[in-house]
Write a protein that binds this ligand. Structure first.
Ligand code: ARG
Length: 268
């Protein structure tokens, strides 16, 4: 064999380029006689801000887990597409679509008219609302009570939007953090008086961090929100596949099972 390789190399060096390229590119050589090999199945890259339990978080092994992950995985299975989850910071997440770094975003993302201008949402997969976290001894009973107080939010979320309206976008009493856990830590250390964030996350935190001594306050003035999966604006094919998968898991009970797993049978 060694002798053959040397010979073949010598042929190339001798300048018989047609012969060389023929042996070096089997695809081209077989194209005429055999149908083209199927392209390797695309793996869609899913961005998720995995510090948002119970929707998305990382376990001890560094695996990304949660309600959103189970939902999208089930949707992808029905849609017949392959997905891979990649931890992606919330800030800048939406830009990753345009750059082509991410194909899908799942991150408890609320469908809003403003966001719809620059990205495409699937049908809704979850109902949510804002919820207020305060220390147990706080006198706050409704959203309006936060007016004179210091309030922490995650930057660029619907919680940020709600509190921006109440306190003013540039209020110094409004403290923005890059993640919701950081905002909740600030409340724990007394740097703020309240946190406003998605109900599922606040309720989960209050229940699982009893040492923090928080309670959750709901307020009817918060507008109902719905989460959707996100794709790059105009990616109609992928959007249709996801919507088809979502309809399928709603029809066959998988959707309800996942809801029950995370939020109990009574929820929704
Ligand atoms: N639902 C809220 C919004 O869309 C907050 C989502 C934050 N998600 C996250 N994984 N950090 O603005």
């Amino acid at each position: 064999t060694r002798r053959f390789v040397l010979t073949a190399g010598a042929v190339c060096v001798a300048g018989l380029l047609a012969a060389c390229s023929k042996t070096d590119t089997p695809a081209a050589a077989t194209a005429a006689s055999a149908p083209p090999a199927p392209a390797a199945a695309k793996v869609y890259v899913v961005g998720t801000d995995a510090v948002y339990a119970p929707f998305e978080s990382q376990n001890d092994k560094g695996e990304i887990i949660g309600f959103d992950i189970d939902m999208l995985q089930a949707v992808a299975d029905k849609a017949g597409i392959q997905v891979k989850f990649v931890n992606t910071p919330w800030e800048g997440m939406f830009n990753t679509l345009g750059q082509g770094d991410r194909d899908i975003l799942v991150s408890a993302i609320t469908i809003t008219d403003e966001r719809k201008q620059s990205m495409d949402f699937t049908d809704p997969y979850f109902d949510a609302r804002q919820l207020i976290a305060v220390p147990k001894d706080s006198k706050v009973t409704r959203f309006d009570d936060l007016k004179p107080l210091r309030v922490a939010v995650q930057t660029g979320t619907t919680g940020d939007e709600a509190v921006s309206k109440l306190l003013g976008k540039t209020s110094t009493k409004l403290k923005r953090f890059e993640s919701t856990p950081l905002a909740l830590k600030e409340l724990e250390s007394g740097g703020v008086d309240a946190v406003v964030a998605d109900n599922g996350v606040v309720a989960h935190y209050v229940a699982n961090n009893t040492a923090a001594g928080f309670k959750a306050i709901s307020d009817a003035s918060f507008v109902p929100e719905q989460y959707g999966f996100v794709v790059k604006k105009g990616n109609a094919e992928l959007l249709a596949a996801l919507n088809k998968g979502l309809a399928a898991i709603k029809a066959d009970g998988t959707y309800d099972q996942i809801q029950a797993r995370y939020f109990g049978a009574a929820a929704k």
